[in-house]
Design a protein around this ligand. Structure first.
Ligand code: NAG
Ligand code: NAG
Ligand code: NAG
Ligand code: NAG
Length: 363
């Protein structure tokens, strides 16, 4: 994909900042129709966000012992505030992906259109399409998405993060040296070429490397990584990219692009733009990962998302010194719309926010 330099720059800037999740405006909810008040907002979420579950589920969950994993909890809560939710959407592409009709008609990042050939090649090389036997066979799994926000620093949440069955990390977020605050376990690391860890020694010993493809070129890049070939050119990327990913093909996955599509067009309500990438219609990787977890985990928590309004001079990311005041408006993302979505999830108890940055003082 070719982009104008100014757009390249903004895309780069934005994704550097994306995971800090500066949320500056609080959500306004618009009502449908003229005069008569709908029960739903524009995206199809109930305006009343208490997330009340059907009685039999309340009993079922109420009877579980404290702290036990609640089967189907995240999806049930989600359905309670967003009746259109349907759980079925596999985490990663597998050889049956063409049967998953929702992604066939969209180009990347929202689908697989015109990429079928390279995806087939990639999938026949990786040969693995799940989280691994142990996790896949669990009847109930808890997941945490660890965002990169400075709000994670100095909270000593590491041990509690490691207690989750699935720990999801994003892009280059380091673990080594930060274990006390961010934990030491990484089940999957979701990234794209420009966001991936570049120094091979910085990869953790074990984790699945998951590509979230934002453009066709990202899949081509993955082919170089999977087949361990030398990347000859980096034309078309908006900043430098990883040139080697120290992972076996069987530890590499392709994230189902449906989560980008659903997060953007349905859950957040970003412009459809004829199904193509355009101004302000790309969700951040954090929102994509949360959407993935709603479909694939029984309980979902997040940490390191959002921003503490009372500390503007605090670091943007937990691992570097850029301050939050450095953040700028972005071309690709719509952080304020995205915040409205995440606030709904936290308010209704669909996800637990362990660092409290999504709502701040606000919900
Ligand atoms: C939960 O416990 C109550 C009281 O012990 C019992 O009456 C009820 O049947 C249980 N519900 C389920 C779904 O197990
Ligand atoms: C965390 O604590 C260290 C050492 O006390 C301090 O230097 C750093 O600024 C703190 N980070 C944040 C985000 O508060
Ligand atoms: C974000 O969405 C709001 C509301 O739809 C819109 O007014 C604003 O221009 C959008 N921002 C970007 C960067 O697209
Ligand atoms: C935000 O910062 C203030 C001041 O340092 C602190 O008291 C508060 O606990 C922080 N809130 C969160 C959610 O970290």
């Amino acid at each position: 994909m070719r982009m104008k330099p100014s757009r390249n720059f903004l895309l780069g800037l934005c994704s550097m900042l994306a995971l800090g999740f500066l949320y500056y405006s609080s959500g306004r909810i618009s009502l449908r129709g003229w005069g008569h008040k709908s029960l739903y907002d524009k995206q199809g979420f109930f305006l009343k966000l208490d997330g009340t579950l059907p009685l039999e589920l309340m009993y079922k969950y109420g009877n579980l012992s404290e702290g036990a994993c609640k089967p189907g909890f995240a999806a049930a809560k989600m359905t309670a505030i967003y009746p259109k939710f349907t759980k079925l959407a596999p985490m990663f592409l597998d050889p049956n992906y063409k049967r998953f009709a929702k992604i066939g008609d969209y180009l990347p990042p929202f689908g697989v259109k015109l990429q079928e050939k390279i995806i087939d090649i990639l999938l026949s090389a990786t040969k693995s399409y799940g989280l691994g036997e142990e996790i896949d066979s669990m009847s109930c799994k808890t997941c945490i998405i660890v965002g990169n926000g400075g709000i994670l620093a100095n909270k000593s949440l590491g041990q509690r993060i490691d207690d989750f069955d699935v720990v999801v990390r994003l892009n280059e977020a380091p673990v080594k040296g930060f274990e006390k605050d961010v934990g030491s376990k990484t089940t999957i690391r979701i990234t794209y070429p420009e966001g991936a860890i570049q120094k091979t020694e910085r990869y953790e010993a074990e984790s699945l490397f998951v590509l979230s493809a934002f453009k066709a070129l990202d899949l081509k890049w993955l082919r170089y990584m999977v087949f361990n070939q030398r990347l000859r050119s980096t034309d078309g990327f908006w900043k430098s990219v990883a040139r080697h990913v120290p992972r076996e093909p069987s530890d590499i996955r392709i994230l189902n692009p449906y989560f980008i599509q659903e997060a953007s067009f349905k859950l957040i309500g970003l412009p459809h733009n004829n199904g193509q990438m355009g101004r302000g219609n790309i969700p951040t990787l954090g929102a994509v990962a949360i959407t993935m977890a709603l479909h694939n985990c029984d309980e979902v928590a997040v940490a390191g998302f959002g921003y503490n309004m009372s500390t503007p001079h605090a670091p943007l990311h937990y691992y570097e010194k850029i301050r939050m005041s450095a953040i700028k408006e972005s071309w690709t993302h719509n952080i304020s719309k995205e915040k409205e979505f995440l606030v709904k999830l936290v308010k209704a108890g669909v996800i637990q926010d362990w660092t409290g940055g999504i709502c701040g003082a606000g919900c």
